[in-house]
Design a protein. Sequence first.
Length: 202
Amino acid sequence: MKAVSNIMIALGIIMLMSTVLKGERIGVLERILKPKMIKVYENQLFAVEGHQIYIYSLPDLKLKQVIGKKGDGPGEYKLDPSRPLIVTIAEKYIIAESRYKVVYFDRKGKYVKETKKSNFSTLQVLPIGDQFLVYRYVSIVPEKNQTWFILSIFSKEMKEITELHRQKFFSYEDKLFVMPDNINFRIYRDKIYVEKSLEGYI
């Protein structure tokens, strides 16, 4: 009887959610065909396609600005087919990461600075105070060629200060995960929140 009542409660919640949550088309993003990433921050929408970041106002979806371009100069970057441009929207910066460097624009889209990545295994670099949170993968040959995802704090000179967490890569010890997992993390008010999903808790 208890099991039946639990099922009825669950069905009721699903029905309630289906009546409250429903999608509605609000417009079309102009000048963009195949965005690789879309993010919303405050009253703006950021769409990434190729080497460029398209900035739209909300809720009218009007294109306000396009920043970023291909090249080797300041505020420019080169991409490879295996890794699209990764964009992070922070309070003061729009941060664009290629495999080789991190470019900082202010919230108005003006180029501010850039940081070269220390090696090609770096996946993501985020500012936290006057330091950086660096997400990377490292291969360790002595341990059966195991590869690890590693989350660390780096100095502004991009030297490692401390390792916060590591997690084995998708394939290790002759096993392959059907649903691969990596380290999920967020920065909020200069605090770092890390999910240890393989251990079953946050």
